[in-house]
Design a protein around this ligand. Sequence first.
Ligand code: Q46
Ligand code: ZN
Ligand code: ZN
Length: 321
Amino acid sequence: MQVQIMGKCKICGSPGFTYVPEYKGYLCKEHYSRFIQAKVDRCVKRHGLLRGVKRLLVGVSGGKDSVSLLHILSHLYGGRIEIKALFINLGIPVYSAESMQAAAKAATLAGVDIDVVDIKEEYGFTIRDAAELFLERKISRPPCSVCGTVKRYILNKYAVEKGFDAVATGHNLDDFTRFSAVNIVTGMVKDLVKQVPREDSIHPKMATRIKPLCLVSNEETRKYVLANDLPVVESSCPYKPPPRKLSSLIAGKIDEIEGEIPGFKAMFIGNLWSKILPMLNTPREQLRECELCGMPSSGKVCSFCRLRETITKAMSKERFL
Ligand code: Q46
Ligand code: ZN
Ligand code: ZN
């Protein structure tokens, strides 16, 4: 059996927790946590993520990224701005209940209030309903696509109605590099321009969106959770599809290059933000108000209301069969 020998923390000399390439040595749990927090703080300052933000809503799913995000933000800025967590109960068997427990514990640990929006109570369907209808070919959108629309809509609506200045989500460096590379390869410029740390509101009913973990990798949030003993959901979503071939091949290659050239991911995404996106000059969508719910929409009816109508119709047909 191979025994891994941990060095001592480069800063304080106590037992090392993990090797940190940026330090060319080990850091203990305490200094590793401070290192990640400092990385987030630099990103927040460099990209003006909290510019004009007095009240911040953090979307917490119970997963490692959002739980780390809440912990880091409350540690760094808890005394200066009001932070609140929001958990969306998607009604996914086992997974939603376990995620809610983790999110609630994480909020308590961070000293932050948490609220829950239950989509069954609010809108009459769950992601389980959507998944079953999809399997029976009664709706065409797969569960993750439904889930994405639902989460985006609810986070924004809640933030706008309760007067939050911005919504923070736990997208990390690996999400940014993977999505950006796939968007470049497939020519999805409309999605590529959204791969930024901050998307300013362009409508009175749209909250500014920020992604403070944009320079923190998957591996780093995983270790941050371990270093701070944070509660995270253990089970995984039963509807998670296997990764798409193109996306997983690209992610694998990006990881390989990062292994050879540490800092590659940050360089890629940094150049995208500073040099490539400013050249694209894509006009931002013109938004109006949805005729059904009044929230911002590019068409007469917003994508959430169209989705809700489709699911509700398919469910009521089922009931009367
Ligand atoms: S919860 Fe929802 Fe994920 Fe489950 S249905 Fe897909 S998007 S996999 S992060
Ligand atoms: Zn130390
Ligand atoms: Zn609507």
